[in-house]
Design a binder for this molecule. Sequence first.
Ligand SMILES: C[S@@+](CC[C@H](N)C(=O)[O-])C[C@H]1O[C@@H](n2cnc3c(N)ncnc32)[C@H](O)[C@@H]1O
Length: 263
Amino acid sequence: MPEQPSVLDAVVRTYSAAARLQVSSLGGCCASCGCGAVTSGNYEPSKLEGLAQLENSSLGCGNPIPEADLAPGEVVLDLGSGAGLDTFLAAQRVGADGLAIGLDVTREMAELAERNRRTHRIDNARFLVGRMECIPLPSASVDVVLSNCVLNLSVDKRALVAEVFRVLKPGGRLVASDIVAGGPVSEELRREVGLWSACFAGALSVEEWTALLNDAGFCEVRIEPRRSYSESDVGTVGLPADAPTFLSAVLWARRPGPNGAAS
Ligand SMILES: C[S@@+](CC[C@H](N)C(=O)[O-])C[C@H]1O[C@@H](n2cnc3c(N)ncnc32)[C@H](O)[C@@H]1O
């Protein structure tokens, strides 16, 4: 696997460029891969409630919002919030008594999201710059951690799941859309820094995610595939011939409640 700084540097370069291009001019895509089929068609237009013009800026590979069952008053953290669409949709659902916080390691992305927040006048959202492996929030301060096509980008997934567990309140939940590998990812593919930014080289299998989340102390771990990508979906990304298939999936996990059970 490549050194952590080289992957993170490449990821930040890729998503800084995407933010500078206002994302939409890329035509929708996992930024560097040319696979618009991954990022398009994930949202039902009628559910975008005044935010339809931001759909083109989405670099996600699913839609965690309907999966998260958000309630008024909840505090939501959106890891790798990009241009902010999921953070804003979460803010609408948690209402004025709740809060949606977007966290992104790429400063230009957080700045773009903040501009979008002001344009759309969403008062109960805010954006932070930082790494999801070292979340700048107090322990047990968040009801729901959301994420859309970001967890795969972490080169230290053990630190990532430990941080998600730490910031969740007891009984709180993780709900993430992400790309998962349908089989083993070769060491050769893991070494391709450019394919990390494209969301493939860092993808784990369902079994790997399940073990990681259970080891970190989560309960009710569930991972459901939603869509299998065809060769034409991943287009010009340049995956090696022995690459496994890749899927869009939804991951759920809960931090046990005060009595060890779900609350
Ligand atoms: C594929 S984009 C998805 C953006 C957004 N979730 C969406 O659906 O449009 C990945 C985002 O994750 C951010 N990111 C990558 N690695 C990160 C990390 N270690 N910590 C926080 N954000 C990260 C990138 O800067 C980028 O904005």
